[in-house]
Design a binder for this molecule. Sequence first.
Ligand code: PLP
Length: 392
Amino acid sequence: MNFPEHNRLLIGNYAHPSIDLIQGKGTKVWDSSGKEYLDFTCGIAVTNVGHCHPHWTAMVAEQANKLAHCSNLFSIPEQVRLAERLVGHIGPGKILFCNSGAEANEALIKLSRLHSPEHKRPKILTAENGFHGRTMGALSATHSPKYRSGFEPLLQDFAFGQLNHIRSFSDLADDQTGAILIESIQGEGGIHEAADTFLQDLKVLCQSKNLLLMLDEVQAGIGRSGEFLGFQKSGVLPDAVAIAKGLGGGFPIGAIWVGSDLQDTFTPGSHGTTFGGSPLACAAAHAVLDILESENLITRSRETGAQFKTALQELCLEFPDFVKEVRGRGFMLGLACVKDPASLVASMREHGLLTVGAYGHVIRILPPLNVRDDELQHALSIMRTCMSQLTP
Ligand code: PLP
């Protein structure tokens, strides 16, 4: 499909789209011709409770009728209650709200600067193949030249270690280093999990060198990994965490959580945002948390995600020419393909299944956490059909 008006009017920073979407319900979305799709992209790990969940739309509509925005000049009761719920899910500490994943990571970078006495330890270690966003600070924390190229010079004070190799991080941790920032499961990088032992070793390293351990849970968070946040399986409590994407279930909201020891690092005037944590955004996030709890979706993500991963592994064994490995956990899964999977992704789209690519010939499988069993079976059958049709 070609969208001449789209291409005429919208800046070309995204690849030309192949379909438009105008409606969604649960796992399903429809394009303007009425064609139906199973949405296993979730707007890239955002609509974790499905599209237009009745509780979410009711809460958003109700709040829109009450007070949508008033700025952080004032106390916002929905924000205070949301902070309480997030602290309950993560650990003792405080919350700062913003609007996106990149902004949450910017706040973490600023936190680490403030924590470093007289800015003597500005360096932050992040992982090769990691992704932290497109703003200049978050981009500086992002390793791949694919995102950086054209925008250098970026912030200088970043160095990149190898995921799951503690030695490569400890070797980089010099007296200029103030923090480590890492995803618990790399999303854009192709679904690579940080091992529990690696996170535990990073915690020890950070404690021994007085570094902040900061987790980017923007993609893996809000139940997608099978825990509320992906690092929680390791038993490690970091010093600070970035969340966004799934938190608003489709309404933009991001946040950082900062543990008790650091909770007063930001002082009045040191950081701010016009929109972050608006009553409307917070109402959307409350709805998401309500649904996660009432439908037991974190457990569902962990258990049904594990069963679906096994089913994917079995399917992929039938088609070794396509997929060499199924990675990830919960409903954050990736099919690591033998070669560029563009034709498979296109064929699945044609057959009514939407997926999203990631680095390294990976197809990400990101259904909503309340995807129905029959929808999972339908997705598997579409994948089987497409792989058989494309088999020479
Ligand atoms: N961090 C991670 C791990 C992400 O996956 C993303 C987006 O994909 C970001 C940060 C940036 O989030 P946003 O696009 O909301 O700025």
